[in-house]
Design a protein around this ligand. Structure first.
Ligand SMILES: Cc1cc2nc3c(=O)[nH]c(=O)nc-3n(C[C@H](O)[C@H](O)[C@H](O)COP(=O)(O)O)c2cc1C
Length: 766
């Protein structure tokens, strides 16, 4: 036999099976049956006897005579006198712990409790101790719950503990659950029950190793007498809610501690039986729905409602973004779990003694209470910042009234045309335009101070938006039988004046009407993921042919899987770097309209509902709003979650389009915007979903054109390092300037459409 086989054989012989015993056995030698069993036990192999009864009696005597200083001899005499003529081994009780085969000799219950709790007095009076020893506490969930249950037992603030958890102990639990390695694989309930039995064998512990469910809920709360307090520390969302409904029905107070910022949650259903569970945070939920929630994905938004993500610690929030990126699940520390145990036990005692009656949510944030005051992080201005342009003054200076124009546009037509122009897309839906109607003409002004935005270097996104708006304007005018004559970037001492539009009547133009007009109101950004399905060649060819409509414009499509995969990687990486920058992060947070109400009120920005994201990703984004997380994620070299969203959207794209121009003048960008709008209108008209994925171009514009202002040194280095791969992935050609990147796919129509500011806010009539 090989030596290793011999070792395996020996190990196999020695392996113990995982026992589920958790109740100690008592032997009282003054009872004959018990005595017989005791003798039999002593006869079995491996029993380890530990007898300190004499010392325990001595402790009891000293406790009962606090003013007497006993000599060792006097104390020994007192012990003899105390036990009278009972043989020492028969005094008290023998307790056998089958899981460790230890046999201990201890005082019997009354004296044991008296002496084991003696150091509690008068923090807990004997009367309070006796009152508490009749209390029954249920603990659901045994991470924080383990610490709580053991502390409750040590302090002895109950006589019975019902423990529920279906989990087994794993090595990853041992960063916060105080137990030995020999317990790995054991149900958490048994591990805690044994620990308690080893501290106090007289406490009645009842285990629910399957956790709490519909069938055993009644037994957990009521069997053997109604619970006096429920401590809820479960990870299971439905159980959190359902157990509270039950507790409220039975008028049982509920206590919960979240091991983050020591959040303690108290619900006095005994005093306020009508009280909404969880302070009304989940009132909108229906129990039937709760029971049907299966995946973490489905549960997460509700979990958020319960825990209140805004009040979570910064590190927890940042960590949540790293789940499934660099960690498996959210972190929990032994210090927090230990504190949670202590704080919960303290509050539990006062609730049980009716010394504390206040329901509510309380924070004992140690870092806040004992910590250096953090200097305020740099305060970037709130976006969008509108330019303080006096459009009437600039307009007046142009003295347009004195100049001839081929056609005097009336006010109604002006409004109609501007309305169509404003339906154009704009970066972050900031609608950077201001329109002036004057002397039968229209003027377009830049109203948005993009320079201070991360992606706005050189106003590039605004110029593209103006180009798109001009395309709409021209189309709408032609529908009205008008030809547009546009003077771009007219001479003016103010750069904010972008274009002057004059019109002339042209009936022929109406007959050459393009289909694009009807697409103006239908065009939209479709962020739904869809799937990588081939787009018909003719559609792509027609879209590509649009490049001929503006001299110098170029349109290319990438459709090969391998190429798309690489573009997804690279654009995802740039997006991550953008969001890890303080300014980039601020802009992103600012651009999103986080609630329907905010969206309706502001009528700009990107409605969160238009993003095709999972519940978990939505939670992630909400968490990511806190600017403090950026510093942490940078320190941890994390942020992978930021890459994921862009990568996912390109992973589901059928094609990536790249618009380029021969140069990088303002006119090139504005023309790029016109081309963009033409492609977008036609793509949407062909039933193809269109979404810009262009932010990387604006990030590089900040790096190269604005000397990287606002980008951290690490960010600059990373972007420069990535640049060759970026150029290769998009096959950028020398002599061409990349203006815009978008993805095309086949996807469902979005349910929500972006809004626009009312016309009277963007159009001035002079
Ligand atoms: C210059 C520019 C950049 C844009 N960048 C993005 C982008 O990176 N991601 C995205 O989803 N949408 C992007 N968009 C689309 C706008 O967010 C969108 O046009 C705006 O929210 C209005 O919505 P609508 O296109 O559905 O009318 C961009 C649009 C423009 C003009």
């Amino acid at each position: 036999m090989r030596e290793s086989d011999a070792i395996s054989g020996l190990l196999e012989n020695k392996k113990g099976s995982v026992s589920t015993l958790y109740k100690p056995q008592f032997f009282r030698l003054n009872q004959s049956a018990s005595r017989k069993d005791f003798i039999q036990l002593l006869d079995t192999a491996g029993v380890i006897v530990h007898d300190t009864i004499q010392e325990q009696i001595a402790e009891l005597i000293k406790f009962r005579h606090p003013s007497v200083k006993f000599t060792p001899k006097a104390l020994q005499d007192k012990v003899q006198e105390f036990i009278k003529n009972i043989p020492l081994e028969e005094y008290g009780v023998w307790v056998h712990y089958p899981w460790s085969n230890r046999l201990l000799h201890v005082l019997d219950e009354k004296e044991f409790i008296e002496i084991r709790t003696s150091r509690n007095q008068y923090k807990i009076t004997p009367e309070e101790r006796d009152e508490l020893s009749g209390k029954k506490i249920g603990v659901i969930g045994l991470s924080v719950g383990q610490s709580v249950a053991v502390t409750l037992a040590m302090e002895r603030i109950c006589g019975e503990l019902r423990l529920a958890d279906f989990d087994l102990l794993e090595l990853t639990n041992l960063n916060r659950i105080r137990t030995g390695l020999h317990n790995l694989g054991l149900a958490k309930v048994y591990s805690v029950a044994r620990e308690i039995a080893e501290i106090d064998p007289f406490l009645n512990v009842i285990c629910f190793p399957e956790g709490i469910h519909d069938e055993n809920m009644e037994a957990f709360f009521c069997s053997g007498g109604k619970l006096d307090l429920m401590i809820e520390e479960s990870d299971g969302f439905d159980i959190k809610i359902l157990s509270r409904y039950k507790a409220r029905e039975l008028k049982i107070p509920v206590l919960m501690e979240a091991s983050d910022r020591c959040m303690v949650d108290v619900e006095r259903f005994d005093l306020e039986p009508e009280r909404s569970i969880l302070h009304g945070l989940v009132d909108h939920l229906d129990v039937a729905t709760l029971k049907s929630l299966k995946t973490t994905e489905e549960k997460i938004p509700y979990m958020l409602d319960i825990l209140g993500i805004d009040t979570a610690s910064l590190r927890l929030k940042a960590s949540m973004l790293e789940i499934e990126q660099t960690i498996n699940t959210w972190p929990q520390l032994a210090s927090a779990v230990t504190m949670g145990g202590g704080i919960t036990a303290d509050v539990a005692r006062r609730i049980l003694l009716n010394q504390f009656k206040g329901s509510g949510r309380y924070f004992i944030d140690v870092e806040e209470l004992v910590g250096d005051k953090m200097p305020n992080a740099s305060v970037l201005p709130e976006l969008p910042v509108m330019l303080n342009t006096n459009v009437s003054e600039i307009t007046k200076k142009l003295e347009l009234k004195a100049l001839p124009t081929p056609y005097i546009l009336d006010k109604e037509k002006a409004a109609c045309i501007v309305n169509a122009a404003c339906l154009a897309p704009s970066g972050g839906n900031f609608q950077p335009w201001k329109w002036v109607y004057t002397s039968g003409r229209l003027l377009l002004f830049n109203a948005f101070d993009a320079q201070d935005t991360f992606l706005g270097a050189d106003d590039l996104p605004s110029l593209i938006a103006f180009g798109a708006a001009i395309e709409n304007l021209t189309l709408k005018a032609s529908e009205l039988g008008l030809q547009t004559h546009c003077t771009e970037f007219p001479k003016s001492d103010k750069e904010e004046l972008i274009a002057i539009f004059e019109f002339s009547e042209n009936t022929a133009i109406k007959t050459q009407l393009s289909n694009r007009i009807s697409s103006i109101g239908l065009r939209l950004t479709n962020r739904n993921l869809g799937h990588r399905e081939k787009i018909e060649d003719t559609i792509l060819q027609n879209l590509q042919a649009i490049e001929k409509e503006i001299p110098g414009a170029g349109i290319r499509f990438f459709t090969e899987d391998k190429v798309l995969d690489e573009i997804a990687e690279v654009l995802g990486e740039v997006e991550k770097l953008r969001l890890l920058e303080e300014m980039g992060h601020r802009d992103f947070v600012n651009e999103i309209r986080w609630t329907a109400e905010e969206n309706d009120e502001k009528k700009d920005g990107v409605d969160l509902r238009t993003l095709d994201i999972t519940n978990a990703e939505r939670v992630g984004l909400q968490v990511a709003r806190d600017k403090g997380i950026i510093k942490l994620l940078n320190e941890w070299k994390g942020g992978g979650a930021f890459k994921k969203l862009t990568k996912k959207s390109i992973d589901s794209a059928s094609a990536i389009g790249l618009i380029s121009m021969p140069g990088s003048t303002k006119a090139d960008y504005m023309n790029g915007g016109k081309i963009l709008q033409k492609v977008w209108l036609d793509a949407n008209a062909s039933g193809i979903a269109f979404q810009p994925v262009s932010s990387s171009l604006f990030v590089y514009a900040r790096l190269f054109n604005a000397q990287g202002e606002g980008i951290s040194e690490e960010g600059k280095k990373a972007l420069l390092g990535l640049r060759p791969r970026f150029e290769r992935a998009l096959d950028l050609k020398p002599g061409r300037k990349e203006i815009f990147i978008f993805r095309l796919c086949k996807a469902a129509e979005p349910k929500v459409k972006s809004l626009r500011k009312p016309l009277d806010e963007v159009l001035v009539c002079l």
